[in-house]
Write a protein that binds this ligand. Structure first.
Ligand code: C5P
Length: 397
């Protein structure tokens, strides 16, 4: 951390007292700390304490005339190497997720172009409230690193997840985020990945879907980011956190996914893992289709969805390496070989979903290419992802 500058935003929660210890630890590790104290934070710790510990002025208001003449909020957030929000309260994260800038802290967070680490601490019910779950997912989707809180007894007398992690743990995460990204085998490459199912609406409450969990595609996105790639992950409706360092775009239907893939080009590599619905309802009813008691079933007319992979392979912006997936229940390799030719992909990665792959943790991949079949043994999905990414890096080099 030597010589690095941390902007530490302290929110209004009892865990704010641990931020004082964090200031000491960061400085012990050689970095400089500038503190921003929210109105709520100032009820738990004083600006005087933080100024003494950081040996820097503490900023508390947006309406500081001298600093604002110098565009203080822009300068503060740009001068830092990393912005840390600790404790990140439910309210502060909600305002961050909504892009609200109604005080110095949230204005800085909106103005910054630096990495942001949020360290939540709150009552267990607040942490588990659907609004907070939604906000944390939004922040992670925006590329903010949100630490998982610790579990244990809380200041409010309840027990569960929501405690601020101990300062040494937070400090280790800060060091990890500040570490210069060592070049990986995919550094400088843009990798475009689709993952998860698509949902094709029938009416406002019903849709056509499949059992894809998105786990394999998300694991590949994580492995590609770890290998140094710039990763764009286009995800259908799944319940998974965004892997660190991955830019995620959420979509619902095949047509939205096709548009998002097109908008994300150019890319060096495309890995189409999504289980795109082959068909959608020809017309989507504007209102819920009612059962009228006559025993008559409504007709469901299906039309074919665009084939995103085949379209990409024919495009004049085709990535240098295009990898498709084939989830099959029988004749896995024969279907994969046929798909390779039909789609125009460089590789088709086949997996047998007759057993429990969809939604499961384990996968056995068979990479089918013009060169033949390269079968990997059965392994956890993240190991399979890492192995596939290594093979991609090999052919690109
Ligand atoms: O044709 P099939 O669905 O078996 O092909 C699977 C491969 O094609 C996967 O890589 C999947 O992501 C991709 N695909 C697509 N668009 C579709 C259907 C499949 O990109 N409409």
């Amino acid at each position: 951390m030597n010589g690095k500058r941390i902007l530490l935003i302290i929110g209004g929660g009892i865990a704010a007292y641990k931020a004082c210890e964090l200031v000491r630890l960061i400085r012990k590790n050689g970095a400089e700390v500038t503190c921003v104290l929210t109105e709520g934070g100032s009820h738990f710790v004083t600006a005087m304490t933080l100024a003494a510990l950081s040996e820097n002025p503490v900023h508390t208001t947006l309406w500081d005339l001298k600093n604002e003449v110098e565009m203080g909020h822009i300068q503060l957030s740009r001068a830092a190497d990393l912005v840390v929000v600790c404790p990140a309260t439910a309210d502060l994260m909600a305002r961050m997720a909504a892009g609200i800038a109604d005080d110095l802290a949230t204005t800085l967070l909106l103005a910054t172009d630096k990495p942001v680490l949020a360290v939540p601490a709150m009552n267990v019910r607040m942490w588990q409230h659907p609004a907070t779950v939604r906000n944390v997912a939004t922040l992670r989707g925006d590329g903010i690193t949100v630490l998982e809180p610790d579990e244990g007894a809380m200041a409010c007398g309840e027990y569960g997840p929501g405690r601020l992690p101990e300062p040494p743990e937070i400090c280790a995460e800060i060091a990890r985020l500040l570490a210069p990204a060592s070049p990986g085998p995919l550094t400088g490459k843009h990798v475009l990945i689709t993952a998860g199912p698509t949902h094709e609406p029938i009416d406002p409450v019903r849709y056509i879907a499949n059992r894809s969990s998105g786990k394999q595609g998300f694991a590949i996105a994580a492995a590609a980011a770890q290998a140094g790639a710039q990763v764009t992950l286009i995800a259908g409706p799944v319940n998974l956190p965004t892997p660190p360092g991955v830019a995620r775009i959420d979509v619902e239907t095949a047509r939205q996914m096709a548009a998002a893939v097109d908008a994300a080009l150019p890319a060096d590599v495309a890995i189409m893992v999504a289980a795109v619905a082959d068909w959608r309802s020809a017309d989507t009813a504007g209102q819920k289709i009612k059962k009228d008691g006559s025993g008559q079933v409504p007709p469901l007319h299906l039309v074919e969805n665009p084939d995103i992979l085949a379209t990409l392979c024919k495009s004049d912006r085709r990535p240098a390496l295009v990898v498709g997936f084939a989830a099959e229940t029988n004749d896995v390799l024969a279907h994969a070989k046929a798909k390779l030719a039909r789609k125009g992909a460089d590789w088709i990665v086949a997996n047998d979903v007759a057993t429990h792959v969809m939604g499961g943790e384990i996968n056995a991949l068979h990479i089918v290419s013009a060169a033949g079949v390269d079968s990997l043994p059965e392994m956890p999905k993240d190991a399979a992802a890492a192995a596939l990414v290594r093979k991609i890096a090999d052919v690109l080099s």
